[in-house]
Design a protein around this ligand. Sequence first.
Ligand code: FES
Length: 147
Amino acid sequence: MYSEKVMDHFTNPRNVGEIENADGVGQVGNPKCGDIMKMYLKIENNVIVDAKFKTFGCGAAVATSSMATELVKGKTVEEALKITNQAVAEALDGLPPIKMHCSNLAEEAIKAAIDDYRAKNGLLDENAEKNACGRRCDDIHHMHEEE
Ligand code: FES
């Protein structure tokens, strides 16, 4: 049912943990199952130099978080924003259709962490919040942390 890559990233997830003094932190939850993903980004000169995550969720959520942190490293903020949940799932050689919703967390956590980075640095344009929520507002409930 699961690809070898999914099993690998589930049993041996990359980049688990927190980044102290992260430049952007995003937390999102999946109301369908209650699973939560938190992503930490270190950003220098507009490039994501490090990423870590903590996920309280199913195996597919852990595997997609792990792959998402691998995918964003070395990318510019703009490139990272273009990473879709499909791209994360494809990088894992696919997910079973009923687990695709789990990969939404990865895409949304990247966007939430970048939103946080932009807000902290005065880079948030007036459309950013709308763009970040976008079409999946029904599925994903953003849980921005209280500062
Ligand atoms: Fe909740 Fe997979 S079942 S994210």
